[in-house]
Write a protein that binds this ligand. Structure first.
Ligand code: HEM
Ligand SMILES: Nc1nc2c(c(=O)[nH]1)N[C@H]1C(S)=C(S)[C@@H](COP(=O)(O)O)O[C@H]1N2
Ligand SMILES: [Mo]
Length: 356
């Protein structure tokens, strides 16, 4: 390891509090990134990369400081094992993040390296909080006022940004699987291959019986509608990109009904502002009305009638939204004044109580 002259090493409490800040920003942006799929959200992913990459030199500085104490078993106290565990998980989170950015593939079954990264990332926060119960030291004014600290911060952020950029160039240059990554980090699925059947948590309903199925359009509308499978007239074609949070994307041709036309046929009232699309499982998501007008209720994928796994008889195609928001097995379109807050729970638990 490169040794830093003593007078250049940042004060210990600055290193510790910077680690705290970097973890906070990385976890906050990592979690929010799940709900972001529009190109205008790209900055959040860059901030995540910079925070995540800044963590690595900070961890190196910290390890250099505490190495002696960790190597000497007599210096251990009750909190030391957890600290060692935290260090390992933080390094694993950073390493899997870098690995994902470089295009590393891991033989993890249905899991991607990104899924593993998210698991480590989510573990860091709670471990850090427990760590702080025994190791908390307040930040002192004289540490913060040190002029070198501002410079070191600027260098850290600049190096993080440069490294993130280099990782992208490197993945492209070496033509690794990450060469095709979007700003979300997702990699392209082969154009020829079938779209995988994907569940966000455990949604797995029985196939929808067309004779027993109706699509209801209700809520803030003057003329609620009920349509059967034979009433669906799939007249709109749309090429759209599905970007799943487990790290893949695929552009495909979809055909179906224009969601805007359907909502307008039900005559939304003056206060209508959101459209919530419900699945037979209770799974649901809401779109602002103007965005819903751009969305499709698909009946066909790549020219073929949807099969059960992809959401027969009807599934949402919501461009620039993440895959988990593309609700499958739709049975209800609800026009509302506000988004449905229950969606935040429903997407996580629907599969546990809906009949399978
Ligand atoms: C301490 C915790 C974390 C660290 C140190 C960390 C670090 C990293 C790093 C270094 C990268 C690659 C950066 C790059 O693109 O060049 C990355 C990518 C990514 N991380 Fe994290 N991360 C953490 C937590 C999380 C969490 C909690 C989530 C989600 C819940 C998450 C989601 C992602 C995603 C989606 C990417 C791919 C986006 C991209 O490649 O730009 N991360 N992370
Ligand atoms: N009702 C319902 N719709 C759902 C899901 C789900 O679990 N339940 N999974 C979502 C997720 S995570 C993704 S990525 C896409 C995947 O669509 P596909 O299975 O057609 O590839 O569907 C979304 N629609
Ligand atoms: Mo997904």
């Amino acid at each position: 390891m490169v040794s830093v002259p003593g007078e250049l090493a940042p004060p210990p409490r600055i290193v510790d509090w910077s680690l705290f800040a970097a973890v906070g920003v990385a976890v906050a942006t990592g979690v929010t990134s799940f709900w972001l799929g529009h190109p205008s959200d790209a900055a959040v992913f860059w901030i995540h990369a910079v925070a995540g990459l800044s963590l690595l030199p900070l961890l190196a500085a910290k390890f250099r400081r505490v190495a002696g104490r960790v190597r000497d078993r007599r210096a251990w106290d009750r909190a030391t094992p957890l600290s060692v565990c935290l260090a390992a998980v933080a390094v694993a989170a950073g390493a899997t993040g870098v690995g994902w950015a470089l295009g590393v593939t891991a033989p993890l079954g249905v899991w991607t390296l990104l899924n593993l990264h998210i698991l480590f990332g989510l573990l860091v926060g709670p471990l850090l909080l427990v760590h702080l119960r025994s190791r908390f030291r307040p930040l002192r004014g004289r540490d913060v006022r040190d002029r070198r600290v501002a410079l070191q911060y600027a260098a850290l952020v600049a190096a993080g940004g440069a490294t993130a950029w280099i990782l992208r160039r490197l993945a492209a240059l070496l033509e690794t699987p990450a060469a095709s990554r979007r700003f979300t980090g997702s990699r392209e699925l082969d154009a020829g291959s079938d779209l995988p059947v994907t569940s966000w948590v455990v949604d797995d309903p029985a196939p929808v019986e067309p004779a027993a199925w109706t699509l209801t359009v209700d809520g803030r509308v003057a003329r609620p509608l009920a349509l059967g499978v034979d009433d669906l007239q799939p007249a709109t074609e749309r090429r759209a990109l599905l970007d799943c949070t487990s790290g893949w994307y695929a552009e495909r041709d979809w055909r179906g009904l224009d969601l805007g036309t359907l909502v307008d046929a039900a005559e939304p009232t003056a206060d209508a502002a959101w459209v919530t699309v419900h699945s037979v499982t209770g799974y649901r998501w809401s779109l602002p009305l103007p965005e819903a007008r751009e969305a499709l209720l698909a009946t066909h994928l790549s020219g073929e009638r949807l099969d059960h796994g992809h959401g027969y008889p009807l599934r949402l195609v919501a461009p620039d939204r993440r895959g988990f928001q593309w609700v499958k097995w739709i049975e209800r379109v609800e026009v509302r004044r506000r988004p449905d807050p229950r969606q935040w729970l429903a997407v996580f638990v629907s599969g546990f109580y809906s009949s399978g």
